[in-house]
Design a protein around this ligand. Structure first.
Ligand code: CA
Ligand code: CA
Length: 219
């Protein structure tokens, strides 16, 4: 999937515009299944439905144990994006939600803006493309080579490590975190394209792999 990560956003934006139409606007849920990893290389890729299928819900589980987070690769359609553990309460009652760019840089996070200790945030002016959505139980937090990526209880990557990409997770306080099942409700997200879909979409957009490679060489 490194190919996708490095694909120019304009190509996928074109592909999105070509594919996402009122006729393909059905929605679907992604179930975690086997445990999602917590790094860019081990994140679970949300690709079980066709690219362009609206991703309304992610369900999963944070098992009891010392330090666990789930990371999902998703596609944001651009504009407004929201994520929310508040609408369908699970047994993971103190959630934390994190959004990262395709390169692992922190974008936004929230701890407790939902009911009780649940999480919700909405951001606007999002550039379409691949992103990573993370969820953990309080107080297990993402870190980079510079330290904590986020700070406070909500907002952008204002922690001391906020300028560097995700490398792992660590307890900010304590040595255990909340566990249980969760449901994340989303707007502004779709399933991500599989490699075969990307090539088809590029051809559909009139770009083709040859043109894409030529552009790469010229950059
Ligand atoms: Ca999990
Ligand atoms: Ca929380």
């Amino acid at each position: 999937m490194k190919f996708l990560t490095h694909l120019p956003s304009f190509c996928l934006a074109l592909a999105t515009a070509a594919l996402i139409s009122p006729h393909s606007a059905h929605a679907a849920t992604f179930a975690e299944g086997t445990d999602a990893g917590q790094t860019l290389g081990t994140a679970k890729i949300v690709d079980t439905s066709a690219f362009g299928t609206s991703l309304d819900t992610i369900t999963g589980n944070i098992p009891v144990g010392l330090g666990r987070a789930d990371l999902f690769q998703i596609y944001l359609t651009g504009g407004t994006f929201s994520a929310d553990t508040n609408l369908t309460t699970g047994t993971l009652t103190d959630t934390q939600l994190f959004l990262f760019s395709a390169s692992g840089l922190g974008v936004f996070w929230d701890d407790d803006a939902g009911t009780g200790l649940l999480s919700q945030f909405s951001i606007s002016n999002v550039t379409a493309g691949i992103y990573y959505l993370g969820i953990s139980g309080y107080n297990y937090d993402p870190i980079s080579a510079g330290g904590q990526i986020f700070s406070g209880t909500s907002g952008g990557p204002t922690g001391p490590g906020g300028a560097s990409p995700l490398t792992g997770w660590a307890f900010t306080t304590g040595t255990t975190s909340d566990s249980g099942v969760y449901t994340i409700s989303l707007t502004g997200a779709t399933f991500v394209p599989e490699p075969s879909e990307v090539m088809g979409l590029l051809a559909f957009a009139g770009l083709g792999s040859a043109a894409f490679l030529k552009r790469r060489r010229l950059v």
